[in-house]
Design a protein around this ligand. Structure first.
Ligand code: F6R
Length: 367
């Protein structure tokens, strides 16, 4: 049932061209120039008139939510807040019937997310679910929603559910932007054409980086700390890369917005500190170049995720992983794939049980 792969996690990483495609199928109609999502369409006025959108989730799904904030604010210009479900529910949050709450959950059973939603519902908010498990508790309590069609995710560390969540959030942002007039037709058409080709981009990344990452991972089996840095859309991608590594390899890893480095974490950098930096061409590239220079001056070991043909960052990096160039909003999807592989191989070489990491459960039904 692992389809010839050594672990479910690796199988699920490799399923991403298909799971992202399945998540768009029937929704993204490129030739017609339409995004079909009944859950949004039927409640368009709620979304259009929303004071703000509050995204609630935990863990990896929370990271997807952060990227959702960038997407929805950029393309639909609706203010978004992203909250850890566990914090939201215990701090007497201000919620009104003008708010739209989006819950993101792979399992649809996460207790904190469920409790936060009940609270939001009591206060009259409209609640929307992005779940992977059909008919799960969260899917049932929401007023409307869109399933991620990632298929069953067995590995405890979430991979294909995450990129499927990003796919849904992208569709929602583009659809809302189109209908509220913030995303013009020409831009909408070119963005959806690019989105439609993202499964192919993921396939390319898997084919071109897999063997290379197996080799890179060998150099970090004994490492005890990692930093992951990114800016803009790739800041949450850095958080997610770090979470994957700590969950399955038990190596301490932290994600930061690259510009925050100078406000503290730079003190950690020396020749023993590997730094994974996500540095695609579109998205504050010049600023990232200076961050890389600062790391280099302190002898940090740089693993750079860059676009094909990159020169400036690549020349300074110790390891270079190339991904295809995309519009900035799609880069977290393609950049996440090599980071999943890196975490996977480091964990495998350390002899860890990658599908069932210690102390973790696939769905967290305790509060
Ligand atoms: C990370 C991971 C957890 C979950 C979190 C939320 O790989 O598996 O951080 O993302 O427990 O779970 P769901 O999405 O099922 O609500």
């Amino acid at each position: 049932e692992k389809g010839g792969y050594e672990h479910f996690m690796l199988k699920e990483i490799f399923e991403q061209p298909k799971s992202v495609h399945d998540t768009m199928r029937g929704r993204l109609l490129v030739d017609e120039g339409i995004i079909k999502m009944a859950g949004i369409w039927d409640h368009l006025e709620r979304f259009k008139n929303a004071n703000r959108i509050i995204i609630i989730a935990c863990g990896t799904s929370w990271h997807a939510g952060l990227i959702g904030e960038y997407l929805i604010e950029e393309y639909a210009r609706i203010p978004v807040e992203v909250e850890y479900a566990s914090e939201f529910r215990y701090r007497n949050p201000i919620i009104t019937d003008k708010d739209v709450v989006i819950a993101i959950s792979q399992s649809g059973e996460t207790a904190d997310t469920m409790a936060a939603l009940k609270l939001a519902k009591e206060k009259g908010a409209f609640i929307y679910g992005i779940c992977n498990v059909v008919d799960s508790s969260i899917a049932r309590i929401t007023d409307a929603g869109s399933y991620t069609h990632a298929g069953p995710e067995i590995g405890v560390a979430s991979t294909k559910a995450f990129t499927a969540q990003l796919t849904i959030l992208t569709l929602i942002a583009f659809k809302l932007g189109k209908h509220n007039g913030n995303l013009g037709n020409a831009d909408f058409m070119s963005l959806i054409a690019e989105l439609d080709a993202i499964p192919k981009r993921i396939e390319e990344v898997l084919n071109t980086t897999h063997e290379q990452i197996k080799e890179i991972a060998k150099d970090f089996v004994e490492t005890t700390n990692f930093l992951y840095l990114g800016r803009g859309y790739n800041y949450p991608a850095a958080l997610e890369g770090a979470l994957k590594l700590k969950e399955i390899s038990y190596i301490h890893a932290e994600g930061y917005p690259a510009a925050e480095m100078k406000h503290g974490p730079i003190a950690l950098i020396d020749e023993n500190m590997p730094i994974v930096i996500i540095a695609p061409k579109r998205g504050h590239y010049d600023k990232i170049v200076s961050n890389v220079q600062e790391i280099k001056a302190r002898k940090g070991k740089i693993i750079a995720v860059v676009n094909k043909g990159d020169r400036q960052v690549s020349e300074m990096a110790d390891y270079v992983i190339e991904i295809p160039e995309t519009s900035e909003c799609f880069s977290p999807i393609v950049a996440s794939v090599p980071l999943q592989l890196l975490a996977y191989y480091i964990a495998v070489y350390r002899g860890a049980n990658v599908d069932q990491p210690r102390n973790l459960a696939k769905s967290v039904t305790v509060e």
